[in-house]
Write a protein that binds this ligand. Structure first.
Ligand code: BTN
Length: 325
């Protein structure tokens, strides 16, 4: 079976957006026999594509397999750069590790590593990240922006805005951002973002933006440590959420926003981030490695540093902390 033809046929049915396409038409378009079309359709059905055959009209695609394989994701993408190359794993330690290895081999800007499961998913501050099989989006995106190293944290903030927009679009939920990059729904964390850097004397070689998005977990899927503070989009919206749609939408917005960034700078994106922020303007406690400070979170700087004013009137720049509100 020619896999490329099978994938292209899937793409053709997706593009038909629920309209039937006749077996003869597919046979003509792909230069194959109708029997061969039927074999490819059977192959897709075995992979989890829901395809029905409507009498005298043709094949209709009713649903996609719940998989993040490149062949399922790429036909959905509306991007020019992001996701053109996808490295997929059913299981891996961490998509960050894969992306770091890929970045060193010189893969292009916009390359994405995706996995169904991570056995050693990692979060900020060397914490572990629960990454159950098929329940979430475990994705690392390689960007190669031509900006000085100090600007790297801005990309984490841009990614957070892209993820919030995607969640809104796909689920209708209204997420908040908790500084620096936690995405909450109804006060519980549904997404974390971890940005890592490869750099040398010439500046940034690659930014690895790791996104862990809890899509379809039930409470029992979370470990005891995080069960009370974590949530999934399914738990908040009450229905199964399409992980493919989330990937499509995140990559779309991230591409749009990085283009805005290149053309217009960080200003408008900072405003967007602030509009979703649940931290700014609130009394917060910032727990850092060596001290804990309490005060009002007044805003973020152009570099994403949190400005915290303590009761004595002093303004502190917080670079990395756990925030309690
Ligand atoms: C956080 O601590 O909030 C950040 C969590 C980031 C998790 C994602 S899942 C995909 C990528 N691979 C990893 O191992 N971590 C990031």
């Amino acid at each position: 079976m020619n896999i490329t033809v099978t994938n292209k046929l899937a793409q053709r049915l997706m593009e038909a957006s629920g309209e039937p396409v006749s077996g003869q038409q597919l046979a003509d378009e792909f230069g194959i026999s109708r029997t061969s079309v039927w074999k490819h359709i059977k192959d897709l059905q075995e992979k989890g594509y829901e395809i029905t055959s409507v009498k005298k009209k043709g094949y209709v695609l009713m649903g996609l397999p719940d998989s993040l394989e490149a062949s399922t994701i790429q036909p959905l993408l509306k991007t020019k750069r992001l996701g053109k190359t996808i490295e997929y794993r059913a299981s891996c330690e961490s998509t960050q590790i894969i992306a770091h290895q890929l970045a060193q081999t010189g893969v292009p800007d916009g390359t994405v590593a995706l996995a169904e499961e991570q056995t050693a998913g990692r979060g900020r501050m060397a914490r572990k990240w629960d990454s159950a099989y098929g329940k979430g989006v475990w994705m690392s995106i390689i960007l190669r922006p031509d900006v000085p190293i100090q600007r790297a944290p801005q990309f984490t903030l841009i990614a957070a805005v892209a993820v919030v927009r995607a969640i809104e679009e796909v689920t209708g939920l209204r997420p908040d951002i908790k500084w620096p990059n936690d995405i909450l729904v109804n006060g519980k964390k549904c997404t974390g973002i971890l940005t890592e850097l490869q750099s040398d004397a010439d500046g940034i070689q690659a930014l690895i933006i790791g996104i862990g998005l809890n899509a379809n977990q039930e409470p029992a899927d979370f470990s005891d440590e995080v069960r009370d503070i974590a949530t999934s989009l399914k738990m908040e919206s009450g229905g199964h959420v399409s992980r493919q749609e989330l990937v499509r939408s995140i990559l779309f917005y991230l591409e749009q926003y990085t283009e805005i960034y290149v053309k217009e700078g960080f200003g408008v994106l900072k405003l967007m981030w602030e509009s979703y922020s649940t931290t700014i303007g609130r009394k917060v406690r910032a727990r850092m490695a060596k001290e804990t400070l309490e005060g009002i979170a007044e805003g973020i700087t152009e570099d994403g540093v949190l400005q915290l004013r303590t009761a004595d009137g002093k303004l502190h720049g917080i670079y990395s902390a756990d925030i309690e509100m």
